[in-house]
Design a protein around this ligand. Structure first.
Ligand code: SAH
Ligand code: SF4
Ligand code: F3S
Length: 463
C-alpha cells in the first residue's frame, strides 16, 4: 500500500525546511513523542514512523506532558530490555488518567512478541503493532482517533518493509542510519530476533541510494547502513557492490555498516573497505564466544580458528582498522574451561572494544530448553572477569593512539561540559577535545594525548 499517496489524497502535505526537517503544513498540529529502546534498527524505524505520522498532522515533541500520541518502540533481545519497557508502560498509567485523549501505542520487537498480552496486562495501551506492520502506523492512529478502540496487529512478522516513499524524520545532525534489509534467517539458538523481525528482506539499491542522497542533502555527513547481517544483502547486487556504489555518492564523508556475521564476511567486502573512499576502517564483527563447542551450540557455524584467520585477513588488508565485537557469557552448559578458552581468545584477537552481555533466556528459542542453565552468580562473576580482561586490551589499543593525529568528525558538546566537544575517528573511537572554532559536522585533525578504556582525549591541531 502506498501510504504517502494516500495521505496526499487527504490533503496533508509535508514540506521541507532549510535543514531538511519535515514539517506538516496542513492538518491539526498534534504532538508525538517516541521512546525508542533497543538497537539502531529501532532508531531507524522510529524515524520512519515519525515521518509517516507527520503526514497525518503529528510533529515531534520532547515533552511527554505535551504529547497527544506516545509510541514506545520496544526491544526484547534480553530480559532487561523488556523490564525497562514494562516499567515505562506502567508509568504512563497516571498520564493517561490525567489526559484521556492521549493515545499510547506499543511498536517494535516486544510488541511483536507479546501482542494482545500487553493490552491484557495494561489496558491503558491503545494499540500494539508488530514489526512487519510498522508502516501502517498512521492508518492505525487515524482509526483510533476516530473510534478509540483497542487495536492489535502482529499478524505478519515478515510483512511489507518501509519503502522509499516514506520520509524519515531523522534525529541528530551529523550521523544517521539507513536500513538496507530487515529480518534475520540465522537462528542463533539464544536469539529472539529472527522470531520478532521475520525473514530477511532486502531493500532495492535505488531506494537505498535515494535515501542516502536525501540524508546527505539534509546535511548528514555520516551514514551507517543497517541490517542484522548485512553480508546476506540480496537486493540484486552483493553487499560489497552496494557499499562501493554508496561510497560514490557526492557529499558523503563517512560510510559505516553493521552488523556483519563472521560466517559470510567476504573477501570482496574486505577489498571494498580497503579501496573505499568514505568507507570507514571499522568492522563490528560479533564473535559471541571463544570456544568451538559453545559456538556450535549457539549455531554460529564458524570456529574460533576461522574467526581468528578472518580477523588477521581484515587487519592485513585494511591498515588501522578497528574490530569490535559482541560477547555473551553464561550460555547454557558453559564450563570453567570453555570460559577460560574465551579469555585466552580475547587476549589473542585483541578487539578494540567489546559489548559484553549476560545470557538471557528467551522463551521460544532453542537455548531456552537447553539443560545446565547457568546460575546468576556464576554469570555475573564471569561477566566481570571477561570485562576486566577486555578493558585492559581496549586501553592498550587506545594507548597506541597517543601522540598520533587522527581525523575526527565533530558531533557537538559533551553532555557534561559544553566547552568539551566529542567526535569519532574513522575507526569509531570516541574522542574528547577542547572546543575552539570547529563546528558540528566539521572533520578536524586531533592529536591524541590521553587514553582511557572507552575514549581518548586530545587537542585540535593545524591541518
Ligand atoms: N544481528 C546482530 C545483532 C543481534 S542482537 C548480530 O548477529 O550480531 C545484538 C547482540 O545481542 C548480539 O550480538 C548478542 O551478543 C546479544 N544477544 C542476542 N540474544 C541474546 C540473549 N538471549 N542473551 C544475551 N545477549 C543476547
Ligand atoms: Fe540474532 Fe544471530 Fe540473527 Fe544476529 S545473526 S540477529 S544474533 S539470530
Ligand atoms: Fe532489540 Fe529488536 Fe533490535 S529485539 S536488539 S530492537 S532487532
Amino acid at each position: 500500500m502506498n501510504l504517502w499517496a494516500k495521505s496526499k489524497s487527504k490533503n496533508y502535505r509535508n514540506d521541507y525546511t532549510a535543514n531538511g526537517k519535515c514539517v506538516t503544513m496542513r492538518g491539526m498540529d498534534k504532538k508525538l513523542k517516541i521512546l525508542t529502546y533497543g538497537c539502531q534498527m529501532n532508531v531507524a524505524d522510529s524515524e520512519r514512523m515519525a515521518g509517516l505520522l507527520s503526514t497525518i498532522g503529528y510533529t515531534l515533541t520532547e515533552n511527554l506532558e505535551d504529547a497527544d500520541l506516545i509510541l514506545i518502540n520496544t526491544c526484547c533481545v534480553r530480559g532487561t530490555a523488556e523490564d525497562k519497557v514494562i516499567g515505562q508502560i506502567g508509568r504512563f498509567k497516571t498520564l493517561k488518567r490525567q489526559k484521556p485523549s492521549l493515545i499510547l501505542g506499543i511498536t517494535g520487537c516486544m510488541a511483536q512478541k507479546e501482542g494482545a498480552e500487553l493490552i491484557k496486562r495494561a489496558p491503558h495501551i491503545d494499540f500494539v503493532l508488530g514489526t512487519g506492520q510498522s508502516f501502517e502506523v498512521a492508518k492505525v492512529v487515524e482509526s483510533i482517533e476516530r473510534e478509540r478502540n483497542h487495536f492489535v496487529d502482529t499478524s505478519n512478522v515478515s510483512g511489507d518493509i518501509f519503502t522509499g516513499e516514506v520520509f524519515p524524520i531523522r534525529g541528530g545532525q551529523v550521523s544517521t542510519f539507513v536500513p538496507i534489509m530487515y529480518g534475520c534467517n540465522n537462528f542463533c539458538t539464544y536469539c529472539i530476533v529472527p522470531y520478532v523481525r521475520g525473514r530477511e528482506r532486502s531493500r532495492k539499491p535505488e531506494e537505498i541510494f535515494a535515501e542516502v542522497r536525501q540524508a546527505v542533502a539534509e546535511g548528514f555527513k555520516e551514514i551507517t547502513l543497517l541490517g542484522q547481517n548485512v553480508n546476506s544483502y540480496s537486493g540484486g547486487m552483493t553487499f560489497a557492490e552496494l557499499l562501493t556504489a554508496v561510497d560514490k555518492i557526492d557529499g558523503l564523508e563517512r560510510l559505516r555498516f553493521m552488523t556483519s556475521h563472521p560466517k559470510d564476511l567476504s573477501d570482496e567486502l574486505i577489498a571494498a573497505i580497503a579501496d573505499g573512499r568514505s568507507i570507514c576502517e571499522h568492522i563490528h564483527l560479533p564473535v559471541q564466544y571463544g570456544s568451538d563447542k559453545i559456538l556450535k551450540r549457539m549455531n554460529r557455524v564458524y570456529t574460533v580458528e576461522k574467526y581468528l584467520r578472518l580477523a588477521e585477513k581484515i587487519r592485513a588488508a585494511v591498515p588501522n582498522v578497528s574490530i569490535t565485537t559482541d560477547l555473551i557469557v553464561g550460555f547454557p552448559g558453559e564450563t570453567d574451561e570453555e570460559f577460560s578458552e574465551t579469555l585466552n581468545f580475547l587476549r589473542t584477537v585483541k578487539f578494540d572494544a567489546a559489548f559484553t552481555f549476560i545470557y538471557s533466556k528467551r522463551s521460544g528459542t532453542p537455548a531456552a530448553k537447553f539443560e545446565d542453565q547457568i546460575d546468576d552468580e556464576t554469570k555475573h562473576r564471569r561477566l566481570n572477569e571477561l570485562m576486566a580482561v577486555q578493558n585492559e586490551i581496549s586501553l592498550a589499543k587506545n594507548l597506541e593512539l597517543v601522540d598520533k593525529t587522527v581525523e575526527v568528525l565533530v558531533e557537538g558538546a559533551s553532555k557534561t561540559d559544553e566547552k568539551i566537544y566529542t567526535g569519532r575517528t574513522r575507526s569509531n573511537k570516541l574522542v574528547l577535545f577542547e572546543h575552539g572554532t570547529e563546528k558540528i559536522g566539521d572533520i578536524v585533525p586531533v592529536k591524541i594525548n590521553q587514553a582511557q578504556t572507552w575514549l581518548v582525549k586530545g587537542e585540535v591541531v593545524d591541518k
